[in-house]
Write a protein that binds this ligand. Structure first.
Ligand SMILES: *Cc1c(COP(=O)(O)O)cnc(C)c1O
Length: 347
């Protein structure tokens, strides 16, 4: 990559190995079920996540939406965290396209809903009420500094869901970041949910795509809904070829990104004008605040960082900034960011 871009891990370019594999990929018409590379990716994802089948979809938003449309119907209700990506960042697709009412609940500082509150939110059979049908979860939790939620929470949700015949979907856009931080196999978490969507195009560096997994009957329905949403792709093996490398190789190296995020957090914490707690950094995201004493407006700081140092950084509303580490961020980039902020914020 030719810029130093800390805004997100979505900015990652495909690796040289991916570009080579994409050029050589065997392809076919995937809507006819004839693309061998797409099928290999779907099988690999299903296997890694302990499910029967997979479906290659165009984005994480599409994967989550398809899951909700398969699990739920118009008039149903989905319980989810109030800071969940599905609730905050997916254009209201649940209601707009699914006729499904979101029921947002508060979350703790790593993104967990309170199990008792989940239980209380589940409605009985009454013609006045929407039908409780679905629990939507997320791991790692993007709204909570990329925190990794341990498996036992999902086991507890499963028990509640089973008692009330609800489905559970996991938005695992950054599931491998979570399991890397937790030191567990993805199946330790995915065994407790009915469906999982993972993003290939974030820290895993693929240019496009997500995979949705679940049991065979679920994926059969999901394929129809993907077509309905205009997501049936043709010779998408050229994209899936990068996805296979993302899953096989890139998912193994995320610890490096996490280490750099920790180094970055410690460097930033030493700057008096910045407020953050490095202990909250579990994966590849570093959120920090500009102290009240800082006179420069956050937007101006971001502009100066770009214009004077060639570094891009994200602004998260108010005085909160976000730096995300990924494959194209080196140790040297991390020190450059710390030094640049130190000099721009010097009293
Ligand atoms: C990125 C992301 C998604 C999907 O986003 P797309 O831009 O549609 O790929 C879903 N959930 C979470 C938590 C994400 O971070």
């Amino acid at each position: 990559m030719d810029t130093i871009d800390f805004r997100s891990d979505t900015v990652t370019w495909p690796t040289p190995a991916m570009r080579t594999a994409m050029a050589a990929a065997a392809v076919g018409d995937d809507v006819y079920d004839e693309d061998p590379t797409v099928q290999a990716l779907e099988d690999l994802a299903a296997h890694r996540l302990g499910k029967e089948a997979g479906l290659f979809v165009s984005s994480g938003t599409q994967g989550n939406l398809i899951a909700a449309l398969v699990h739920g119907q118009r008039g149903d209700e989905a319980i989810l965290g109030e800071d969940a990506h599905i609730f905050c960042w997916e254009a209201g697709g649940l209601s707009v396209l699914g006729g499904i009412t979101p029921r947002p609940l508060p979350t703790d500082d790593i993104g967990r809903m309170d199990i008792q509150q989940v239980r209380s939110a589940i409605r009985g059979d009454n013609p006045h009420w929407p039908r409780s049908r679905l629990i939507l979860t997320e791991n790692s939790s993007g709204g909570n500094h990329g925190a990794a939620i341990p498996p036992d929470y999902f086991a507890e949700l499963r028990a509640v869901a089973d008692a009330h015949h609800l489905k559970v979907h996991l938005d695992g856009a950054r599931l491998f970041n979570a399991t890397t931080a937790l030191g567990c196999d993805p199946t330790a978490i995915t065994q407790w949910v009915d469906s999982v969507s993972i993003c290939l195009s974030k820290g895993l560096c693929a240019p496009v795509g997500s995979v949705l997994v679940g049991d065979r009957a679920f994926i059969h329905q999901a394929r129809r809904v993907r077509k309905l949403l205009g997501g049936g792709m043709r010779q998408s093996g050229v994209l899936a070829a990068a996805g296979i490398i993302a899953l096989k190789d890139m998912s193994q190296r995320l610890g490096e990104d996490h280490q750099r995020a920790q180094t970055l957090a410690q460097g930033l914490a030493a700057i008096p004008a910045l407020v953050l707690d490095p202990a909250r950094v579990q994966t590849n995201m570093v959120f920090f605040e500009l102290a009240d004493t800082v006179a420069i407006a956050p937007e101006d700081l971001i502009t100066q960082l770009w214009e004077q140092f060639g570094i891009r950084l994200g602004l998260y509303g108010g005085r909160t900034c976000r730096a995300v580490t990924h494959y194209w961020i080196t140790d040297d980039h991390v020190s450059q960011l710390v030094q640049a902020l130190d000099s721009l914020l010097a009293p």
